[in-house]
Ligand binder design. Structure first.
Ligand SMILES: *[C@@H]1O[C@H](CO)[C@@H](O)[C@H](O)[C@H]1NC(C)=O
Ligand SMILES: *[C@@H]1O[C@H](CO)[C@@H](O)[C@H](O)[C@H]1NC(C)=O
Ligand SMILES: *[C@@H]1O[C@H](CO)[C@@H](O)[C@H](O)[C@H]1NC(C)=O
Ligand SMILES: *[C@@H]1O[C@H](CO)[C@@H](O)[C@H](O)[C@H]1NC(C)=O
Ligand SMILES: *[C@@H]1O[C@H](CO)[C@@H](O)[C@H](O)[C@H]1NC(C)=O
Ligand SMILES: *[C@@H]1O[C@H](CO)[C@@H](O)[C@H](O)[C@H]1NC(C)=O
Ligand SMILES: *[C@@H]1O[C@H](CO)[C@@H](O)[C@H](O)[C@H]1NC(C)=O
Ligand SMILES: *[C@@H]1O[C@H](CO)[C@@H](O)[C@H](O)[C@H]1NC(C)=O
Ligand SMILES: *[C@@H]1O[C@H](CO)[C@@H](O)[C@H](O)[C@H]1NC(C)=O
Ligand SMILES: *[C@@H]1O[C@H](CO)[C@@H](O)[C@H](O)[C@H]1NC(C)=O
Ligand SMILES: *[C@@H]1O[C@H](CO)[C@@H](O)[C@H](O)[C@H]1NC(C)=O
Length: 828
C-alpha cells in the first residue's frame, strides 16, 4: 500500500529506476553461501540482509533494520530524522540518529507508528558538561553516525542484533526478547559522566498525552507511560515502559545525578516522586548520569521492558525475559529462534549467486515481523487466548504472507488466527474480525474484510489439524459469518458495507449510506466477492453445502461491475471491458481506465478518503480488472478469450500499468498460467524481480507493507504463487536447483527439484527456466501449472524439467489448467 497522507505522485513513476544498478554499498553484511549440495544451510540468519529497503529517494517507507524475535512485540531499533522514518531507521548517512526506541512496524504508511521510549546517550553536555545544560530534546540531541570508507554509515544488523557507532564515539548495541530490549552503550574514556536519556514523549507524531515518569534514586530505574495516537486511524492507546541500568563488567552503583527534563531544561531530582503531567507535553523524559568505570571505556546496559497494561507489567516483562542482563545470551537466543524458523525452508545453492540466496532469506525473514505477538498485553479485555496486533493491514498481507506461512509455519499462523477470532469475539459491543489494527487500536480499512481470506487460507489448508492447533472450527466460521452478514456501525474500521452488497450484488456508487465513507465501491465489491469465496471454501470444508453454494454465488458477483463496453482509447483491439462503478438503477458510471495508474496524468493515487470518489483504492481500473483469483476462467471469457487475455496482460506490462509498489498488481505476472502460457508467467515474474527488487538499501520499490512485499518476493524466488483460501499453488521454476519446505503440522518435507538446473538469467529474460515437465514422486503430474496442497501435506518430491522454450503449456489433460469457480471449482 502507499498509504501516505500526502499525494505520492513521484512514487508512481519511480519504481522503474530502482534497479540493482543503483545499489549502494551494503554495510557490514557478507553472505557466505555454503555451496555443497544436499547439506542444509546451517545458519540461514547469515543470509539475512536487514538493510534491504531501508532508504529510498521515492518517499517509500523503509523496511525494518531493528531487532525482533519472529512476530515479537518489541522491535528495537535506531530512529532517524529521515522523512521516511516510519520504521525508524534510514541507511542514508546524511540523516541523524535521534534515539533507540523499542517498538516499530515494518514498512507501513500513515503517520509514524509506535517508535516509543527512545533511549539516548550523551558523552558530554555543553561546554562545561553540566547536567543542567544537557540539550535533551530530540532536535538538539541528535547526531550523525560515523561512516565507513565507502560512505555508508557504520551500522551493523543481523537477526537478533543491531550496532552503530555514533559520531560522538559512543557505540550502541541492541538485542531483544518478545517484550523487552537490551541496549549496551559503550562510552569513550573521555566521557567523564556517561549520561542516558529515557524519552517519554517522542512517538514520531508528537501525539502524547498525560505522560508520567518516575526515577528511583537508588537504582536509577525509570518508569514511564503515556497515551499516543494510532498511526492510521482515529484511535489512541496507552503504553508503559520500565528501564533498568547495569554496568557491563563493573558495579554501576547509584546514579551520580538524575532528574527530569521538559524541553531542554533538565532539573535535578524529582519533586514529589511520581511526575504526572496533564495533556500534551513536548519533550519530556528522564536524564541520568553515571559514574565512569574508571578503566577506559564505560559500557552501560539499559534493559527496557514494554507493556500496554502497566509500568509494573513492563518491569515484570523485563525481569522475566532478561533477568541477568545477558547480552550475548539474549542475542544468540534470538538468532537461534530465527534459524529454527528460516531453516525450515532450505535451498540448494549450486549455480546460484549469493545475492539471490540473500534476497530469498531476507524476504522470508521479513515475512515474520508482523503481525506481532502481544499476548498478555491486551488492555481491552482479559482472555487466555493469544493476542496479536500490528495487522497493518490485512488488505496488504492476505495475498501472499499467510499462504507462505501455510507452507512452513502453521503454529504461528494458528496463533494469529486464534488472536483474530478472539478480537472478533470481544471487540466492543459490535463484533467483527480485525482488518487493520495497530497498537491495540482499530485502523482504517482499505478494501474488503480481508481477514476472511486469511481465516479461509488457514482452514482450507489445516481443517484436519485445526483442533490440535487449538483453532475452533465453529468459532472461525461464526467470525466469517459476522463479516459476511452483519453490517457494522462503521465499515471504515471493521466489517463490510454488507446490506447493499446483499441487496444489489455490488456497491452502488450513488447510494450514500451512513456508517462509513461511500468510496472505493468497485474495489471493495471485488474484495467482498473474494471474501465470500473464502467463506464458501470454509463452508465446503465443513460440509455446509447450502452455505458453500450461497457464498460461491456471491463470489461470482464480480461480474456485476464488469462493463463490457469500456476500453482504453487507442487500445480498443486489446482491451474490451473493464470493471467500473455502477449506480443503484443498474446503469454504469465511468472512471477513466488510467485513473490512479502510473499513466494517470493527474497523478491521482486513489488513497483512502481525500478525493477518492471514483470507486478504486490505490490502483487503476485496468489493474483491478484482473482481480478475480476465484474465477480467472470467467475473467478470460469476459476479456474475449485466452489470446486477448494474454494480449491484455502484455499490455498491462508494456503499457506501464503494472505497479510493483502496490498489492493489487501482485498476481498479474502469474496470470498467464490461466491462458495455458505458464512460460510467460515465469518470465514476467523474473523480470519483475530483476527490475524492481534487489538486496540494495533501496531494493524495495515501495513500502514493505508488513511483509506483504517480502512474502511476494519469496514466492517468486521459490517458483510458486498462491491462490489464497484454496488448496492450489501456481507453479513456475525456482531460482534454485532445489527448494524444500519442512511443515511441522505434518512433520513432512516437500522437495521441489530441478533435474537440469543451469542458473538464472540476470535480467529475468530468457534462459533455461521454463517448466516443460513435472513429476510428483516419479509419476507424471496432471498439470505443469499448479501443485495441490496434498503434495505439501504428504511431503512429496516434485521434479521439474526445464527448457529454454517459453511456449510451454500446462499440459493437455482436462485438469491441466488451474481451477476456477466457473470451470468446476476448487477441491477443499
Ligand atoms: C564500531 O566500533 C567498534 C569499535 O571500534 C567496532 O568493533 C565495530 O565494528 C564498529 N561498527 C559497528 C557497527 O559496531
Ligand atoms: C484483567 O484482569 C485483571 C486482573 O484481574 C484486572 O485487574 C483487569 O482490570 C482486567 N482487565 C480488563 C480489561 O478487564
Ligand atoms: C492447545 O491447548 C492445550 C490446552 O490449553 C495446550 O496444552 C496445548 O499446548 C495447546 N496447543 C497448541 C498447539 O497451542
Ligand atoms: C465432511 O464429509 C466428509 C465425507 O463424508 C467427511 O470425510 C468429513 O469428515 C466431513 N467433514 C466435516 C468437517 O464434517
Ligand atoms: C454495451 O454496448 C451495447 C451495444 O451498444 C449495448 O447494447 C449494451 O447495453 C452496452 N452495455 C452496457 C453495460 O453499457
Ligand atoms: C495502445 O495505445 C497506444 C496509444 O495509441 C499505442 O502507442 C500502443 O501501441 C497501444 N498498445 C497496444 C498493445 O495496442
Ligand atoms: C441512473 O442513475 C444515475 C446516477 O444517479 C443517473 O445519472 C442516470 O441518469 C440514471 N439512469 C437511468 C436510466 O435512470
Ligand atoms: C517426524 O519425522 C521424523 C522422520 O522424518 C521422525 O524421526 C520423527 O519421530 C517424527 N516426529 C514426530 C513428532 O512424529
Ligand atoms: C537480457 O539479457 C540477455 C542476455 O544477456 C540479452 O540477450 C537480452 O537482450 C536482455 N533482455 C532485456 C530485456 O534486457
Ligand atoms: C515427463 O516425465 C515423465 C517421467 O520421466 C515421462 O514419462 C514423460 O514422458 C515426460 N513428459 C514429457 C512431455 O516430457
Ligand atoms: C500437449 O500436446 C502437444 C500436441 O500433442 C504436445 O506437443 C505437447 O508436448 C503436449 N504438452 C504436454 C505438456 O504434454
Amino acid at each position: 500500500m502507499r498509504r501516505s497522507l500526502t499525494p505520492l505522485v513521484a512514487l508512481l513513476s519511480i519504481a522503474s529506476v530502482f534497479t540493482s544498478s543503483l545499489a549502494v554499498p551494503q554495510r557490514r553484511f557478507t553472505s557466505n553461501v555454503d555451496r555443497r549440495a544436499d547439506v542444509p544451510i546451517p545458519d540461514p540468519a547469515s543470509h539475512v540482509n536487514l538493510f534491504i529497503g531501508t532508504t529510498s529517494s521515492g518517499h517509500a517507507f523503509p523496511g525494518n533494520a531493528g531487532v525482533t524475535l519472529p512476530h515479537g512485540m518489541v522491535k528495537v531499533g535506531m530512529d532517524t530524522d529521515s522523512p521516511d522514518n516510519h520504521a525508524g531507521y534510514d541507511s542514508n548517512p546524511s540523516f541523524s540518529a535521534t534515539g533507540f526506541s523499542q517498538l516499530h512496524d515494518d514498512g507501513t504508511g500513515g503517520s509514524v507508528p509506535l517508535s516509543l521510549w527512545k533511549i539516548w546517550p550523551f558523552a558530554s553536555c555543553g561546554d562545561d558538561n553540566r547536567f543542567e545544560v544537557c540539550a535533551c530534546d530530540i532536535n538538539s540531541r541528535k547526531v550523525l553516525r560515523k561512516t565507513l570508507a565507502d560512505g555508508s554509515p557504520d551500522d551493523a544488523a543481523e537477526p537478533g542484533y543491531f550496532a552503530s557507532n555514533l559520531s560522538t564515539d559512543i557505540r550502541v548495541e541492541l538485542t531483544a526478547t518478545r517484550r523487552a530490549a537490551l541496549h549496551r552503550y559503550t562510552f569513550p574514556a573521555n566521557a567523564i559522566i556517561p549520561r542516558l536519556v529515557v524519552d517519554i514523549t517522542n512517538d514520531g507524531q508528537q501525539s502524547n498525552s498525560v505522560p508520567i515518569v518516575t526515577i528511583d534514586p537508588d537504582t536509577g530505574r525509570v518508569t514511564g507511560g503515556s497515551t499516543f495516537a494510532a498511526s492510521f486511524g482515529p484511535g489512541v492507546y496507552r503504553a508503559y515502559t520500565c528501564v533498568d541500568f547495569k554496568g557491563d563488567g563493573f558495579d554501576l552503583g547509584k546514579p551520580a545525578e538524575f532528574g527530569t527534563y521538559l524541553g531542554n531544561s533538565p532539573i535535578r531530582g524529582l519533586v514529589g516522586g511520581i511526575q504526572e503531567y496533564t495533556g500534551y507535553r513536548s519533550e519530556l523524559g528522564a536524564l541520568l548520569g553515571f559514574n565512569q568505570n574508571g578503566n577506559g571505556e564505560t559500557a552501560i546496559y539499559a534493559r527496557v521492558g514494554v507493556s500496554f497494561i502497566s509500568t509494573d507489567q513492563a518491569c515484570a516483562n523485563a525481569e522475566a525475559e532478561i533477568p541477568t542482563f545477558d547480552f550475548d545470551g539474549t542475542r544468540s537466543a534470538a538468532r537461534a529462534a530465527w534459524n529454527e524458523l528460516l531453516g525450515r525452508v532450505q535451498v540448494e545453492t549450486d549455480g546460484v549467486d549469493d545475492d539471490t540466496v540473500t534476497l530469498f532469506y531476507s524476504s522470508l525473514y521479513r515475512t515474520h515481523i508482523s503481525p506481532a505477538d502481544y499476548t498478555g498485553e491486551n488492555p481491552l479485555w482479559n482472555s487466555t487466548e493469544p493476542y496479536y496486533d500490528s495487522f497493518y493491514c490485512n488488505w496488504d498481507t492476505f495475498r501472499t504472507l499467510y499462504p507462505l506461512m501455510s507452507l512452513h509455519d502453521p503454529e504461528n499462523f494458528a496463533r494469529i488466527v486464534r488472536g483474530m477470532i478472539n478480537i472478533q469475539q470481544h471487540e466492543g459491543k459490535f463484533w467483527w474480525l480485525p482488518e487493520c489494527r495497530g497498537a491495540t487500536a482499530k485502523q482504517w480499512i482499505q478494501g474488503g474484510s480481508d481477514g476472511d481470506p486469511i481465516l479461509g487460507e488457514f482452514f482450507v489448508k489445516f481443517a484436519e489439524q485445526a483442533a490440535s492447533l487449538n483453532v475452533s472450527a465453529d468459532a472461525l466460521y461464526q467470525a466469517l459469518l459476522a463479516d459476511a452478514e452483519d453490517q457494522p456501525p462503521d465499515w471504515n474500521l471493521q466489517g463490510r458495507q454488507v446490506n447493499v452488497w446483499k441487496q444489489y450484488g455490488y456497491i452502488p456508487q450513488d447510494l450514500i449510506e451512513p456508517g462509513g465513507a461511500n468510496t472505493k465501491q468497485v474495489s471493495r465489491a471485488l474484495e467482498y466477492a473474494f471474501g465470500d469465496f473464502a467463506i464458501s471454501q470454509v463452508a465446503k470444508a465443513l460440509n455446509k453445502t447450502d452455505d458453500a453454494e450461497k457464498y460461491a454465488k456471491r463470489a461470482g458477483n464480480f461480474v456485476n461491475v464488469w462493463n463490457p463496453n469500456v476500453t482504453v482509447p487507442g487500445n480498443e483491439s486489446v482491451v474490451s471491458g473493464m470493471v467500473q462503478p455502477r449506480f443503484a438503477n443498474g446503469s454504469f458510471g465511468f472512471t477513466d481506465p488510467n485513473h490512479c495508474s502510473p499513466n494517470d496524468a493527474t497523478g491521482a493515487n486513489c488513497f483512502l478518503f481525500n478525493t477518492n470518489f471514483d470507486g478504486f483504492y490505490e490502483s487503476s481500473p485496468v489493474v483491478y480488472s484482473q482481480f478475480v483469483p476465484q474465477d480467472t476462467a470467467k475473467l478470460i471469457e469476459l476479456q474475449g478469450g485466452p489470446e486477448k487475455f494474454v494480449a491484455r496482460l502484455d499490455f498491462i506490462f508494456d503499457g506501464n500499468y503494472f505497479d510493483s509498489t502496490d498489492e493489487p498488481s501482485q498476481q498479474i505476472p502469474f496470470m498467464y498460467h490461466y491462458a495455458n502460457k505458464p512460460g510467460h508467467s515465469t518470465q514476467r515474474s523474473r523480470q519483475v524481480l530483476a527490475q524492481h527488487f534487489s538486496t540494495a538499501t533501496n531494493g524495495l520499490p515501495g513500502n514493505d507493507d508488513s511483509g506483504a512485499m517480502a512474502s511476494y518476493v519469496a514466492f517468486f524466488l521459490a517458483g510458486l504463487y498462491p491462490v489464497p483460501a484454496t488448496k492450489q499453488y501456481l507453479l513456475s521454476s525456482p531460482f534454485f536447483p532445489k527448494i524444500s519446505f519442512f511443515n511441522p503440522a505434518f512433520n513432512t518435507t516437500t522437495n521441489i527439484v530441478v533435474s537440469n538446473f543451469v542458473g538464472n538469467p540476470a535480467n529475468g529474460t530468457g534462459g533455461t527456466v521454463f517448466v516443460q515437465n513435472v513429476t510428483i514422486d516419479g509419476q507424471p503430474a496432471k498439470s505443469n501449472c499448479f501443485l495441490d496442497w496434498d503434495v505439501f501435506q504428504r511431503g512429496a518430491t516434485v521434479e521439474l524439467t526445464l527448457t529454454d522454450n517459453i511456449e510451454v503449456t500446462c499440459g493437455n489433460g482436462t485438469d491441466a489448467l488451474p481451477p476456477s469457480l466457473s470451470t468446476g471449482g476448487f477441491d477443499t
